[in-house]
Design a protein around this ligand. Sequence first.
Ligand SMILES: C[S@@+](CC[C@H](N)C(=O)[O-])C[C@H]1O[C@@H](n2cnc3c(N)ncnc32)[C@H](O)[C@@H]1O
Length: 256
Amino acid sequence: MVERRLGVSGSETPANKPATASPSTLGVSSASDKVDFDDYSASYDDLLRESTKLYAEDSEYFARYKIDLIRDAIRDPVARVLEYGCGTGRNIGHLQKAFPDAEIVGSDLSAASLRIASENNPEVRFEVERTDLDLGRFDLIFVASVFHHIPPAERPSVMETLARRLSTGGSINIFEHNPFNPITRRIVNTCPFDADAILLKPSELRSLFRGAGLQTQRQTYCLFVPPRLSWFLPIERFLGWLPLGGQYWVGAGHYR
Ligand SMILES: C[S@@+](CC[C@H](N)C(=O)[O-])C[C@H]1O[C@@H](n2cnc3c(N)ncnc32)[C@H](O)[C@@H]1O
């Protein structure tokens, strides 16, 4: 069942799967530099915990935080949710809790990561991304820490794919590392699976949305305060305009 889901065509190697990764410096990338997350599927959790432990001891915190933000902001009914670039499925359980009546689908380029995601979430449908993959339309598309791994020249066509998969009243919600935050840049510079990272500003995402015929509906910086300073967490919602959060969130939908 899992194998069938991972490769609709019967193959686990999608046509758009990148060549084997080789390390590169931040800000310099070519197609052959692209990190292959198959190589990191087993170690992903440990590497993430190691690189973010100074900010939050519990690396689950980041998934919970982002999905809580979305759940609190979404007003329209959500029947289908896609996590694009879901990796090993760290966000999937949180999406299920936030949208208990919705069908959740996860997709990624990395078949090895999806195998782990499927083992941990056997009731969820996972698909390896391919250019001809038809998943239907979604009310909510969630994308976390994926775009900085996509070479800039490929970003417009990925955004067009996401726009095609979006229902009329639905929203695409993209979380990205904030390039203006020096601590974020340091974490990215030292994390092995970020070797191909080319960070993008919110303005680039807004322009990608525009290029795909979508209207930006929100932009907010987030993850300012480490969870151990929980006293200060309530002030975060007043700081969304301040470009100092560890990450930012940009959301868009079809023009109404
Ligand atoms: C840093 S991981 C983030 C995984 C997950 N979103 C999370 O928050 O834990 C980046 C993921 O993006 C995937 N990815 C990179 N380029 C992609 C693309 N063009 N299409 C789909 N997934 C992609 C990688 O395979 C990897 O699993």
